[in-house]
Design a protein around this ligand. Structure first.
Ligand code: NAI
Length: 220
């Protein structure tokens, strides 16, 4: 299998979608699928699929297509879904609680092991089966439990400071929801800055461009 580091970001970004569609096919007991069928399902071209999967050595067989379970498993391995990276969440407000409760970390390579906040009113409250801890406990918690990933659901103004502290405490990956873009240039640190609003703006652009006919002056 090819070294993943040479694979383009756009291919990597498509992998979760392959994984999701293949998981759906697995649940429907589909055993094999051709690149043409998979392409039709995913609204891609067959050659795009072959190109994408060839970046990892290719998993298909001429005349057979892809074994769904095998391809799902292999893409899962590339994505690290079975790694269970220990993860902490900072900021147990509206967004933090929704993420902790509704995202299935376990099936996506992560394991939520701690939730932290600064607000004394919510310390000790249970969220997703975990008691919200005081941020003052971060040092000892990180030294003991060695989390790798931090989910940030805190105000913009505190994000950089918290991120710097977490890097010092050994955090290597940020899933950052705060409206502050963390730099993606840290050595040895991976960052996903997530803005749901950007997705809405993309939609807005789409709607805006649905209006095709230019306005014309009515004829006299
Ligand atoms: P919220 O006010 O309900 O929750 C924020 C929580 O962070 C509070 O519980 C607060 O006590 C805690 N907090 C503040 N400073 C902290 C610190 N230094 N350490 C630990 N905890 C701290 O706000 P909400 O609605 O949950 O939003 C959280 C952040 O996410 C905001 O910055 C908001 O703008 C952003 N947001 C981002 C979205 C996205 O698509 N990326 C969507 C919605 C909100």
């Amino acid at each position: 299998m090819a070294k993943n580091s040479s694979v383009s970001v756009s291919v990597i970004k498509r992998l979760p979608r392959y994984y999701r569609f293949l998981g759906e096919l697995l649940r429907q007991n589909v055993v094999r699928i051709s690149s043409r069928e998979l392409a039709a399902l995913m609204k891609l071209t067959a050659s795009q699929i072959r190109q994408d999967l060839n970046c990892f050595g290719g998993f298909g067989q001429q005349g057979y297509g892809y074994n769904v379970a095998e391809l799902h498993h292999e893409i899962g391995k590339i994505l690290g879904v079975d790694k269970g990276f220990p993860t902490i969440l900072i900021g147990a407000g509206n967004l933090g609680r929704a993420i902790a409760t509704h995202i299935n970390f376990e099936t996506r390579g992560s394991r939520l092991i701690g939730i932290f906040d600064i607000n004394p009113d919510i310390l000790g409250v249970e969220v997703a089966g975990l008691k919200v801890r005081d941020v003052a406990e971060l040092d000892i918690f990180c030294r003991t439990n060695k989390p790798v990933t931090a989910v940030l659901c805190i105000p913009k103004s505190t994000t950089q400071q918290i991120a710097d502290k977490l890097i010092r405490l050994g955090i290597r990956a940020f899933w950052n929801f705060s409206h502050y873009d963390l730099s993606t240039d840290y050595e040895g640190i991976v960052v996903e800055n997530v803005h749901l609003g950007d997705s809405l703006l993309t939609l807005s652009y789409g709607i805006n461009n649905l209006v095709t006919a230019p306005e014309t002056e009515p004829e006299e």
